[in-house]
Design a protein around this ligand. Sequence first.
Ligand code: ZN
Length: 248
Amino acid sequence: MRTIILGHVLIGLLFSCTDSVPPKKTVPKVLKATSVKASFEKLKDTALVSQFNLVDVQSLNKDIFVELKYATKDNFMGVILYDRLKKAYLQKDVAERLSKVQTYLSQLKPSFHLVIYDALRPVSVQQKMWDALDSLPPVERGKFVSNPKNRSLHNMGAAVDLTIIDQNGVPLDMGAGYDDIRQIAYPSMEKQFVAEGKLTAVHIENRDLLRKVMKSQGFRQLQTEWWHFNACSRSEGLLKYKVLFEEP
Ligand SMILES: [Zn+2]
């Protein structure tokens, strides 16, 4: 089955990152890179921390596992999209919330772990995904990958793609895979697929567990991707956080 990443349309407007109001209500100046790839390749992890206030999630909580799909060929494009990014980086306040999610999950299911598939994703990578789907008309393309010009909370380290693995290290069966283009991956259409017998009670139970633990820290699930959660709205994110690189 061919899979394509679904649109990272941001719907977090209902949830607000009010726990840390930015001192200045201005959109931070986006860094200009003369060569996105070169700049990102050169950027050291220490700079991610010092310049962007990003945090390696596992430095906060080692019970969270990381399997960055775009750092491998195991993704919808079948190529490595970011060579140098080996860790899952999120904004510090977002990473702290996710750490609490894992703590809550451990209370509910002591042997279960969050597994991050994608966290911080530079605009340059977003551009690669966008370009890879250039056979589609722009309107259709936007359903699968958000236009890099619009930014994604992934570009700020304020969105995360993840699932849960069980005591055997096996990902819970969500009834659709990561980056699955089909509507069966849509949380918004679960009732229909249950009625049609295409999603089982176990699938829903597993999705509900992921939703429950993520919602406990205010993360909002994208209605077209069971794996994608926003930490706040895009407008809030643009006020609070820096975007990691525009395209040149
Ligand atoms: Zn995502």
